[in-house]
Design a binder for this molecule. Structure first.
Ligand SMILES: [Zn+2]
Length: 507
């Protein structure tokens, strides 16, 4: 009796808290009845599929590497729940497209000089196979700050280089700038990631070549380049070809128009080359007749997926559309291709402390992966999906099943105020005293989740990220691995680079 009374009291308190804490938004419901039989059947189905899976030991003709910048494990969980809840389901049972891949690994992300890494050092690791220092692009860990003589001495080649050396086609897609850390690490060699254009190189780097220049001068054979960052390719006294704005600060000081230079191409492949600046023009590209495609869709970063302009001269393609066009161009090469696709603005959503932005970006990235899976054959194309690093997004509290992912917890915090189930460790969402969220729209695109420590921009996370793989040699992607391992495994799988003893001679 006493026990029942205690339980009844507890239930009463629980209901009061639930009502007063603003948890009025109804939870989403699971898609089916989840009884004992359901869970037993699901477990047996998953066991059967896993037992039946045999490793695919083919050589990968093609490799597509998808990188979700800043896409840590909590981002995957939250985005997966959002994906389900957008379909009016509870969400926890949902899967991102790459979560269906047969193999996955945990990846250790530290840089050689930093526990919490940056995108330059991490991208260099998974593209070149060598870990390096924070801020370095395509150069080894022995290169001091801003020292381009040392950078030249310790240049690293990448899977993009190894692939084109075997006659494969190569391409890069990003939602950031084509000169930003992740894409740059595939083709450039600089001791300072911020040297995206010549105007960004200060007195410390006199005589050094910027990233945009290296892209056009040293890499005329990258067949597909789609992303943002137009400003680093245009002289600082010339108007932007779309907005008409002259960018005195970021435009080129050397008066070179690198877009025109890319189009002219010394190797006389001009006819097969095409430059596009918006969604419409990209859609109109006949990929059967174009072998070289440069798309620069924004002077700087492309817009967040949730704010993407879709009409007029500034309309931007989705990451899924860019991925589709890239594959169409590259897949014409019978020797195969290597394609890098970066969902680069997941990271920016997190830096701004806006989880909804980061999750929406992750869902746009998820669609791009789905498009690639749909367009390729698992017998010949290895697809790897990973992140460069995480962020300090935490998720917890006491939310019930189907609780809206951006919503409030059932319980109030010990300061008597409501709390969200998503929080950041560091970031701009800090207020002291803690804000009362009773009448705040915590599901808004602009809402900043509260952070424990105030910082103008959230920091990256320190913990491992995941890698998911499907296709030839995808069984190499398992266990807990160092991040540089990814380049070695992709190279082995596609018979490029140093380790080719297992490769059959091609006819
Ligand atoms: Zn970042």
């Amino acid at each position: 009796m006493a026990h029942f009374k205690f339980l009844a009291n507890w239930m009463f308190i629980f209901l009061c808290i639930a009502v007063t804490s603003g948890a009025s938004t109804a939870p989403y419901l699971p898609p089916q009845k989840e009884d004992v039989a359901h869970w037993n059947n699901l477990g047996q189905d998953e066991l059967k599929a896993t037992l039946e899976y045999t490793p695919n030991t083919n050589v990968a003709r093609n490799v597509i590497l998808f990188v979700g910048d800043g896409m840590g494990v909590t981002t995957l969980t939250g985005s997966r729940i959002l994906k389900g809840q957008l379909k009016q389901r509870s969400g926890e049972e949902e899967q991102l497209s790459f979560e269906k891949f047969p193999y996955s690994a945990m990846i250790k992300v530290y840089n050689t000089d930093a526990q919490v890494p940056d995108s330059a050092g991490t991208a260099t690791a998974f593209l070149s196979g060598v870990k390096t220092r924070r801020g370095r692009i395509g150069v080894g860990p022995g290169v001091p700050d801003n020292n381009c003589t040392a950078a030249q001495r310790e240049q690293l080649s990448t899977i993009l280089d190894w692939s084109r050396a075997e006659g494969k086609s190569v391409g890069i897609v990003t939602t950031t700038r084509l000169t930003h850390a992740t894409p740059a690490a595939a083709y450039a060699h600089v001791p300072n990631r911020y040297w995206e254009g010549d105007a960004s190189i200060g007195p410390a780097g006199v005589g050094c070549r910027d990233i945009a220049l290296q892209l056009v001068e040293d890499n005329p054979d990258i067949q597909v380049l789609l992303g943002g960052g137009r400003r680093y390719f245009i002289p600082n006294d010339e108007p932007d070809p779309v907005t008409g704005v002259v960018d005195k600060n970021n435009g080129r000081r050397d008066s070179r128009n690198l877009i025109e230079e890319w189009k002219a191409d010394k190797a006389k492949r001009k006819k097969a080359r095409r430059v596009v600046f918006n969604q419409r023009d990209l859609n109109l590209v006949d990929t059967r007749h174009k072998d070289y495609l440069l798309g620069l869709f924004n002077p700087s970063y492309m817009n967040y997926a949730s704010q993407r302009p879709t009409t007029g001269p500034t309309a931007e393609p989705s990451i899924a559309k860019m991925t589709q066009k890239a594959i169409e161009v590259l897949q014409k090469n019978p020797k195969g291709y290597f394609l890098l696709v970066e969902g680069g603005r997941i990271d920016h959503g997190h830096h701004a402390g806006r989880a909804r932005r980061a999750f929406s970006e992750t869902l746009a990235f998820d669609e791009a992966v789905e498009k690639a899976v749909e367009m390729t054959n698992q017998n010949e194309t290895l697809i790897v999906v990973t992140a460069d690093h995480s962020h300090t997004l935490a998720m917890g509290g006491f939310p019930g099943r189907g609780n809206p992912i951006f919503g409030l917890d059932f319980f109030k915090a010990s300061d008597g105020k409501p709390m969200t189930t998503l929080l950041y460790g560091f970031g701009p969402g800090h207020k002291s005293p803690r804000e009362d969220l009773t009448n705040v729209d915590t599901a808004s695109d602009m809402y900043r989740q509260q952070s424990a420590v105030p910082l103008g921009s959230g920091t990256h996370g320190m913990e491992d990220v995941t890698a998911h793989a499907i296709g030839p040699m995808s069984h190499l992607f398992r266990g807990v691995k160092e991040q540089n391992y990814l380049a070695h495994a992709m190279a082995y799988a596609s018979c490029v680079g140093q380790n080719k003893a297992h490769c059959k001679p091609t006819d």
